[in-house]
Ligand binder design. Structure first.
Ligand code: XMP
Length: 318
């Protein structure tokens, strides 16, 4: 039977044999998968692993600083690169979801390429790809079950990088990745983090992206997520987040008519992200969260809750 300890032992051995003294680079995202992949590789090859953590300007509020700090505390050899401006430039005026993903994928490649001193002499590119990523991407390229989204963290390596790809988690599901992380002593709060898409808030801002919209959504998202934690609901949910809709609606504040933005809240239960049900969050929680958002976030006057399951809806709106 499969156990996390045995998986770690065999994988570390295998990675040592495969990689030897070569240099490996790995892009950390702040998520469970890339973090666990990094810790596994670190265990196998130590200082030969060079990590890059890119701020694409589309992360959650304070995420870049907080997580970079955590990575350093874990002893990882990590460089933080703040490339927010480059990503937001690349996204200016782009509304189509797939074009957003492409623009972001390309910007990541450029950032990596720009860190050529780090990439220099590297023989391997490590990735935190897990099994559901593999499945969804295969079908996205025209497989029979025709899925829909080109998850940018699979495939599509530029020629100039000429690196071998190493994906130690490729055969695992999320819950197994978490168990592997736990068996290596990775912090519980980090392992319990909800999945978050590589393109980040870009695909939760419907329509075009501006720095103002990103700032609004970060505030809304932080109120929602912190609320879930305070109410003991965070760990009962597979994934949650807020979506900024390209809709203004009429409201009233004091004696004034307002015409402001609407946000949707989304929380789902799932085991692998392939199917998902919306979560029956307590009304009192939704009421408090909605009030907090409307009172605290300027520019938002309406909050709705998404009660769609996957399929036929997807988890993200784009
Ligand atoms: P959907 O929206 O397809 O999402 O039901 C399933 C899971 O995948 C995440 N997701 C992405 N992850 N790049 C990623 O790295 C992407 O482009 C992307 N699109 C969706 C989503 O957050 C959910 O966990």
């Amino acid at each position: 039977t499969w156990t996390p300890d045995a998986f770690v032992e065999t994988t570390v051995k295998e990675l040592k044999r495969k990689i030897g003294q070569d240099k490996v680079i790995l892009g950390l995202s702040g998520g469970v998968d890339s973090t666990v992949a990094a810790i596994l590789l670190h265990k196998a090859i130590g200082k030969h692993l060079h990590c890059i953590f890119v701020n694409n300007g589309l992360l959650r509020k304070n995420e870049f600083e907080d997580v970079l700090h955590q990575y350093k505390d874990m002893g990882l050899n990590v460089k933080g690169v703040d490339a927010s401006a480059r990503f937001l430039d690349a996204l200016a005026g782009v509304s189509d979801p797939e074009k957003k993903r492409k623009a972001i994928g390309n910007a990541f490649i450029e950032v990596f390429d720009g860190e050529s001193h780090l990439v220099e002499d590297a023989k391997w590119l490590a990735q935190g790809t897990i099994y559901p990523d593999v499945i969804e991407s295969v079908s996205a390229t025209g497989g029979p079950s025709a899925t829909i989204k080109s998850h940018h963290n699979v495939g599509g390596l530029p020629d100039f990088m000429k690196l071998n790809v190493v994906e130690p988690l490729r055969m695992l599901f999320k819950d197994e990745v978490r168990r592997v992380g736990a068996s290596m002593g990775v912090d519980k709060t980090l392992l319990g983090r909800h999945p978050f898409p590589g393109p980040g808030l870009a695909i939760r801002i419907l329509g075009d992206i501006t720095p103002e919209k990103v700032a609004i959504l970060q505030e809304v998202d932080a109120i929602f997520i912190n609320g879930l934690k305070e109410w003991g609901l965070y760990d009962k949910v597979w994934q949650a987040g807020a979506i900024l809709l390209p809709v203004n609606s009429v409201g009233v504040m004091g004696d004034e008519r307002t015409y402001e933005k609407c946000v949707a809240l989304r929380a789902v239960e799932s085991t692998d992200g392939m199917t998902a049900d919306w979560v029956n969050l307590p009304y009192e929680f939704l009421q408090k969260t909605s009030n907090d958002i409307i009172n605290k976030v300027r520019g938002v006057n309406r909050v709705v809750y998404d009660i769609s399951s996957k399929p036929p809806a997807t988890i993200e709106w784009e």
